[in-house]
Design a binder for this molecule. Structure first.
Ligand code: ZN
Length: 242
């Protein structure tokens, strides 16, 4: 092999190594951003350590025109839940926002625009969170405002911001309507949730869009099923003892 060939081979190997290295770093960051157990700064809560048979029902996104239906299901069952709402949808649906607050549910911050909060500037993150807090307070809501990132995604800037503001990243440990095989079937979501929930579980459901009709249909069954196993229901902040 002459000198030129050797140099070419070396260049190729270095290029290949770099590509593989970058791919691994990218894969690692993606895994980290979606992890429900770990982040680089501050607290992450996907369930609460407790021996008490209590769980929190949490509903992401909205409010939308489907708010009345979920409020009435929860009223009939006597359950208070936590709703992680977006600033944009609260502005678009003020009546539905009021309905949730008047019914006594906990209101969480789910960002303003529901944009993924990875690789975003500190000012973007700050604006998304503080604007949404301000909208929640503008409706007269006085309770604690837990925060849950859109898509559960966070990397560096968001956890750092939350850490600096003494807030935790609230995630979940049971998510029946994120599991493709059962998400279209209310009864299978009920069975999954009743089977997998444990003391201190945070259960995630989406009921605010038409495509999520089976999730709406599963709510009553989930509540009844867990109650028959001795579980009670709390808001996320109550579960965390705040
Ligand atoms: Zn969401």
């Amino acid at each position: 092999m002459n000198k030129r060939m050797k140099r070419l081979r070396r260049t190729l190997l270095i290029t290949l190594g770099t590509v593989i290295g970058l791919a691994l770093v990218g894969y690692g960051l993606l895994k980290l951003s979606g992890s429900r157990e770990f982040q680089l700064y501050g607290g992450i809560v996907n369930h609460v350590e407790t021996s008490e048979k209590a769980v929190a029902l949490t509903f992401d996104d909205g409010p939308t025109g489907r708010t009345e239906e979920i409020v009435s299901i929860l009223r009939e069952e006597g359950v208070k839940a936590t709703f992680f709402l977006t600033g944009a949808e609260m502005e678009a649906n003020p009546e539905e926002t009021k309905q949730l607050i008047e019914a006594g549910h906990e209101i969480g911050n789910h960002s303003y625009s529901h944009d993924r909060m990875m690789f975003k500037s500190p000012s973007f993150v700050k604006e998304e969170i503080e604007q949404t807090d301000a909208i929640i307070r503008s409706y007269g809501y006085e309770g604690p405002i837990p925060f849950r990132p859109p898509y559960g995604k966070k990397l560096l800037v968001l956890p750092y911001y939350l850490h600096e503001h003494d807030r935790q990243t609230i995630l979940w440990d049971v998510e029946p309507d994120s599991i493709g095989e059962i998400a279209g079937d209310a009864q299978r979501m009920v069975d999954h949730t009743v089977e997998h929930a444990k003391p201190g579980s945070i259960i995630l459901l989406h009921v605010m869009y038409e495509s999520r009709t089976p999730s709406m249909q599963a709510v009553k069954g989930i509540i009844d099923g867990l109650r028959s196993k001795g579980y009670g229901f709390k808001t996320v902040s109550e579960l965390m003892g705040e």
